[in-house]
Design a binder for this molecule. Structure first.
Ligand code: SAM
Ligand code: FES
Length: 354
């Protein structure tokens, strides 16, 4: 029996490597029965795929956390609206532009504006902001990560110059989605937003947390199938990490090892995807981001937010890089990437067509 499982797992891994696609059952089988040997096989294939497309270059995105106000109440998130202990802040246009100025000098050519769903950021305000960033820095990409908005709003922001949009789908299983969110937040709306973004022409990113409460191997298998079918330009995955003031405070953190395995699997499913080694991965493991790059990731997203607000954008406990200046983060990451034979590049870092 053990022999059959061994044979099947090898065949399943080889099928993934050669065909870039598995059934949901096969993904589940691979996740459940992976061994250190299979993990290493998939990792080394993922690295060679990434190497062929992106070489040893790592793209960086300057992450500006523009607001910790949020109208949503995601059960896992430290800045959910029901967390009355969260300190709220928002950056105005001038503050955001000064982060961009600093980031440009540090070599960033993509700025990611991320925040809670904060009504202050109307289409008009965001359009003016995006236009000004593009006017100052026509050689930079603007990525938005501001949650769910209407088709019209996404379109206006795209027309103002935004290039990319990150909206994690969180889980591709509707029932599981319902366990992570209050009932007024809808799985169907989330999925429609992703379709809208793609239709409008954004380089669109989805993604999920690894080890979120109630998640099973079957759920992850469905996430992988969703990625295969949706074919995002970017995919953000990182371990779930507890936050002390959320209903999930007593849950377990997600596993670094499983996250790394999934980064490799995703690289094989979507060879040219822009795949970040996330801050959450650097939080569950001191060298998690390095391990992420060595598992097939090719992007890192250092923090460009003003130091005085960083602690307030606490999605989870013990988040790293909250005390450093932006320049320190940049140097630290160059050093970390250099230590594993990779190089941070000054580049917009668009998805390569293959
Ligand atoms: N409001 C926007 C949205 O919902 O897409 C962007 C901000 S939201 C904080 C960004 C991502 O952080 C979420 O998509 C979620 O996957 C991740 N996140 C939130 N809480 C987390 C936690 N406790 N552990 C790990 N990741 C978390
Ligand atoms: Fe809105 Fe987390 S609940 S950003």
């Amino acid at each position: 029996m053990a022999l059959t499982v061994d044979m099947d797992i090898k065949q399943t891994a080889e099928k993934l490597i050669n065909k870039h696609s598995l059934s949901v059952d096969e993904y589940e089988f691979l996740i459940t029965n992976r061994t250190p040997g299979i993990t290493e096989l998939i990792r080394s294939e993922a690295v060679s795929v990434r190497q062929k497309i992106y070489g040893n270059k790592v793209f960086v995105r300057g992450l500006i956390e523009i607001s910790s106000y949020c109208r949503n109440d995601c059960l896992y998130c430290g800045i959910r609206k029901s967390n009355h202990n969260a300190e709220r802040y928002r950056l105005d246009e001038e503050q955001i532009l000064s982060c961009c100025d600093e980031g440009y000098d540090l070599g960033y050519r993509t700025f990611v504006l991320q925040g809670g769903e904060d009504a202050y950021y109307t289409d008009e305000r965001l359009e003016a902001l995006i236009r000004e960033i593009k006017r100052r820095y026509p050689d930079c990409a603007v990525t938005l990560s501001l949650g769910e908005r209407s088709y019209e709003s996404y379109k206006r922001l795209f027309e103002a110059g935004a290039d990319r949009y990150l909206l994690r789908h969180e889980t591709a299983d509707k029932e599981h989605y319902g366990m992570l969110h209050p009932s007024y937040q809808s799985f169907d709306t989330r999925m429609k937003c992703l379709e809208d973004l793609k239709k409008i022409g954004y380089q669109t990113g989805c993604g999920f947390m690894v080890g979120s409460p109630f998640q099973t191997a079957r759920h992850i298998a469905k996430d992988l199938k969703f990625l295969e079918e949706f074919r995002p330009a970017m995919c953000g995955i990182g371990p779930f990490i507890t936050h002390k003031d959320t209903p999930f405070k007593d849950e377990e953190n997600g596993s670094t090892e499983l996250t790394l395995f999934l980064l490799s699997v995703i690289r094989l499913i979507l060879p040219n995807v822009l795949l970040p080694a996330t801050t959450a991965l650097g939080t569950t493991d001191a060298i998690g981001r390095e391990k992420g790059i060595l598992s097939g990731a090719n992007v890192i997203m250092p923090n460009l937010s003003p130091t005085e607000v960083r602690e307030k954008y606490a999605l989870y406990d013990n988040k790293i890089c909250t005390g450093e200046e932006s320049a320190q983060c940049r140097q630290c990451l160059s050093r970390r990437m250099g230590s594993i034979g990779y190089e941070i590049v000054t580049d917009r870092g668009d998805v390569k067509k293959i």
